[in-house]
Write a new protein. Sequence first.
Length: 260
Amino acid sequence: MRILIFRHGDPNYEIDGLTDKGKVEAELLAKQIKSYGIDEAYVSPLGRARATADYSLKELGVEAEVLDWLQEFPAYFDANKADPETRGAYKNELKVGSDGTYEKRIVWDMMPSYFAEHPEVFGAKAWRDSEVAKASNILEIYDHVIECFDEFLKKQGYERNENVYKVNGGNEKVLAFFCHFGITCVLLSRLWNVSPFIPMQFLAMAPTSLTEIVTEEREKGIAIFRTLRIGDITHLTVGNEEPSFSARFCERFENENERH
């Protein structure tokens, strides 16, 4: 079984839709979509993912099932609950609201200076007891998402069993997810058995890029999921379209036109 995860196109977050560039990216993806042999499609409930999927679904002539847990990973860090050192994990992006308290912010994209001194955030289990986790709602939401993901895989014939999957009825279907960067990192962390902060901090997936995962059953009845490619933008290259910079930060600190 293959899972194809497509990130949405370049986003306009204000309207939860796509920019003009994002629409071009989604159109280019749709031109290649039939080559993937997709059997079933699933989509996030958020507008930018659904708008991206629409182009491809029209080409395929199918409808996608909306899965609420495929929405962008909604875990937030609450600096008001953190000590000064932990607040430093997000120092460049903390904002103070009109009431004088810190506004909540997404829990990933922490500063390298923080995780350099706090390797526990990358521990397979230690991250759950980290100060960042304690000052956020990540555990509750992460556990809900992976529970839903595991239940989804079980219905497909792959039942979670410790760090592997018991094959109750293997298949060769191709399943497409149209969703988001953050939730993709969470799903990968579950399949890889690692802290979600590892893919969140060290991967970047351009808008409309493809991440491909396939089952591998080297031993009868025992499967793992291998990642064949991450953030593939071949459809953009073929269409002579430069990938969006979304989800990335400045390559050099002096690059003031790039996000810091």
